[in-house]
Design a binder for this molecule. Sequence first.
Ligand SMILES: Cc1ncc(COP(=O)(O)O)c(C=O)c1O
Length: 391
Amino acid sequence: MINNFQNWIADQIKGIKSKNQHRILTQIDSGMGPEIIIDGKKFIQFASNNYLGLTMNKKVINSSKKILERYGTGTGGSRLVTGTSNLHYELEKIIADFKNTESSLVFSSGYLANIGTISAIMGSKDIIFSDELNHASLIDGARISKAQIVIYKHCDMKDLEKKLKLVSRKNIRKMILTDSVFSMDGDIAPLDEIVFLSAKYDCITMIDEAHATGVLGKKGSGASEMFGVEKKIDICMGTLSKAVGSVGGYIAGSKKLIDFLKNKARTFIFDTSLPAPALKASMDAIDIIQNSDGPRKNLQKNILNLTEFLVKEKFNFYKNDTPIIPIIFGSELKTLKFSKMIKESGIYIPAVRPPSVPIGLSRIRITLMANHSQKHMEKLKRVLKKIKKFN
Ligand SMILES: Cc1ncc(COP(=O)(O)O)c(C=O)c1O
């Protein structure tokens, strides 16, 4: 039996390798700044979601250290038992103010926030309309809920409306589910049109602001702020693990929604809560995000700088107003080769391949940070130009 199992695994791995889709972990022996250490060598990285560089912010680190000494390393329980401290409540209040909602709820990760929330709210008699490029956590949440899933073409509002119209039964509950910034393509969902359709067809609107939090909007609270639709979104999810630079996920919405999730979201109920230093790091980071737009302006400057270069050099890339800029190669092998050549030049940008992206759309996904310096940006452009002929 054991041998059969081991043989099965070996066959599976062989299959993955034959498609050039085998993945290995890269060990990073430093903090996640613009420069990192791999195998004792320094690299400039354009691969993390630490868009504002807050994971290494001195003020955040120092106040988390103090909290670590006072509260220790863990909470010893789930939120409903010993896992709710004053810091959990304080952070939830800060997030609700930041997101302009009545209330919020912190989960251990964004992934858990999505699957727990969708599956608590939707059931087998309901329908979820889901963008075809939604993040895996939204897809998994929809699947766990057992609702019927209707996939609409990426950001295509005509297709979404066509599909909404087909549901004639009045008493059926419907949800429109979308990333606000798409994790692999980096583009922004048309939230103004989505909330319009949602109201017209009586849907629940849930958005995932994982990559928009800290990046979009005047005070950096996300795409819902940028579009001015915060009050029209029923369920606004985000993470504390990307621009916020810590760890955790949240749902922002009405008091009733949060009360319901405390009682029904299984990934909230049956999961040990986040430790105090992580909560304090998120609190301080959100404070920085709201009260200083300098890092966001730097980030925008870097986005513009790289975009202009890629247009001028005629790269096959997705032009976005976000820090996620993918250069498309198509085949897995070509992407792997390009990523390897970049690494040999001292820059770290891993290849992104199926199943993270559709087959035939393998890419290197460049992500920019506010604290990538002029020197970092120039080096990236030099290296990309040198190896352009392989694109
Ligand atoms: C769009 C999106 N939603 C949710 C998540 C999950 O968030 P977390 O990493 O906090 O679990 C991610 C992270 O990769 C993401 O890109």
